[in-house]
Ligand binder design. Structure first.
Ligand SMILES: Cc1cc2nc3c(=O)[nH]c(=O)nc-3n(C[C@H](O)[C@H](O)[C@H](O)COP(=O)(O)OP(=O)(O)OC[C@H]3O[C@@H](n4cnc5c(N)ncnc54)[C@H](O)[C@@H]3O)c2cc1C
Length: 174
């Protein structure tokens, strides 16, 4: 049987679901002391991350902007016993609300987007999850290489979101 959610609030953007975890935003102070990235629990930060490129709106408990993979690992270790759900967010261009959630949003695009490394000998490229798709191709173009999925939102999306949604585009075939 389909699960029925009760609308807490209706806005111009549609249905707003509020956090279902009993943990309040003050509980985030504990996590803030454990990672080097940002932990947002204020209303403005939460509202900014409550929507993306679609019509949906889901207010998260908070937002983590990790600086490196250990921040993500520590966030997951913190969330598990607290029962807080986690949603990763890249460029936020998914129109389906896929990067929205009621728990913690982990935004990889703020600090984990640089450091594209291309290994000419191995013909491999190594990037962090928040790397911007178009910028990866700017680096690869110097080596006459091209990463082909090529969605039309490529200027804004990240490699994490691109893989997460199995993105592709017509120019892939070039
Ligand atoms: C104008 C426009 C044009 C578009 N054109 C195309 C197109 O041509 N082809 C196409 O396929 N799509 C297209 N899309 C959809 C969207 O752009 C793609 O799905 C894009 O690749 C999503 O990347 P993102 O970084 O914005 O991901 P987000 O929207 O931030 O996230 C998408 C999903 O991936 C997950 N995710 C993100 N990062 C990670 C990570 N590091 N680890 C695990 N999961 C992660 C999120 O939790 C979410 O479920 C378009 C969207 C818009 C708004």
């Amino acid at each position: 049987m389909a699960q029925v959610f009760e609308p807490r609030q209706l806005t111009r953007r549609g249905l707003v679901l509020t956090p279902m975890t009993p943990l309040g935003t003050t509980g985030l102070d504990d996590l803030r002391s454990q990672i080097s990235g940002d932990v947002l629990g204020d209303d403005l930060g939460r509202v900014i991350y409550s929507s993306a490129a679609g019509i949906y709106q889901v207010l998260p408990l908070g937002v983590v902007r990790p600086r490196h993979s250990e921040d993500i690992a520590q966030t997951l270790r913190w969330c598990e016993p607290e029962g807080v759900p986690v949603t990763v967010r890249g460029g936020g261009t998914s129109p389906t609300g896929a990067c929205l959630g009621t728990g913690l949003i982990i935004d990889t695009s703020t600090y984990m987007g640089a450091e594209t490394e291309f290994d000419v000998g191995e013909d491999t490229v190594t990037v962090p999850p928040g790397a911007n798709y178009a910028k990866i191709n700017q680096v690869l173009a110097q080596f006459n290489r091209y990463l082909p999925p090529d969605p039309s939102a490529g200027d804004y999306c990240t490699i994490g979101g691109l893989i997460g949604t199995n993105s592709s585009g017509i120019p892939s075939a070039k």
